[in-house]
Design a protein around this ligand. Structure first.
Ligand SMILES: O=C(O)[C@H](O)COP(=O)(O)O
Length: 206
């Protein structure tokens, strides 16, 4: 049995390009983001991968990335479940601010703590720990049982919602996972054992 789970962070968004804190703001992909999503789909196809079902967030940058990948795979007819449990971490009061302006205002260290600490939330927003507290129950109830049952599942989501998943899959600590940077449009391929531990991992960079 294959137990295949592929995770992809959406392609570059308009606010990634402008260097703005995005969170739950529903911005679209840039042209580069579209190209990254198409390229991710091509890579999956070149690997000979096929899927049985897909999951994505309630945000269009992840949904569009998924649609573009499925078009490349020739699998537009797959069932897609969209759920806000897979949304990006809510950046609270920082949403819409430029990341460099924020560093000038609050200092490098404070902004780094908000972006890359495990359990310190930005003002009015979610920490990665808070994000994991909504992502993981959803994953364990809806996605993981299907993977363990032999369905091949593709997930298109966000930097921080995927960090929460990876932390759980790879049994990493909060301190370890915040150091992991996820590239836009880079497929991360997991094959799991019966007990949900990772049998094999590789990503399709470059
Ligand atoms: O929401 C955002 O601004 C980004 O998608 C992720 O931001 P980060 O790199 O600050 O976690």
């Amino acid at each position: 049995m294959e137990r295949l789970l592929v995770l992809v962070r959406h392609g570059q968004s308009e606010w990634n390009l402008k260097n703005l804190f995005t969170g739950w703001k529903d911005v679209d992909l840039t042209d580069k983001g579209v190209a990254e999503a198409i390229s991710a789909g091509k890579k999956l196809k070149d690997e000979g991968l096929r899927f049985d079902a897909c999951y994505t967030s309630a945000l269009k940058r992840a949904q569009r990335t998924l649609d573009l990948m499925l078009a490349e795979l020739g699998q537009n007819d797959l069932p897609i479940t969209r759920d806000q449990a897979l949304n990006e971490r809510d950046y609270g009061d920082l949403v819409g601010l430029n990341k460099d302006d924020a560093r000038e205002k609050w200092g490098d260290e404070q902004v780094h703590v908000w972006r890359r600490s495990y359990d310190v939330p930005p003002p009015g927003g979610e920490s990665l720990k808070d994000t994991a507290a909504r992502v993981l129950p959803y994953f364990k109830e809806h996605i993981l049982p299907r993977v363990l049952g032999g369905e091949r599942i593709l997930v298109s989501a966000h930097g921080n919602s995927l960090r929460a998943l990876i932390m759980d899959l790879e049994k990493m600590s909060g301190e370890e996972i915040v150091k992991r940077e996820l590239g836009t449009g880079v497929p991360m391929i997991y094959r799991l054992n019966e007990d949900a531990s990772v049998a094999e991992y590789r990503d399709l960079k470059g």
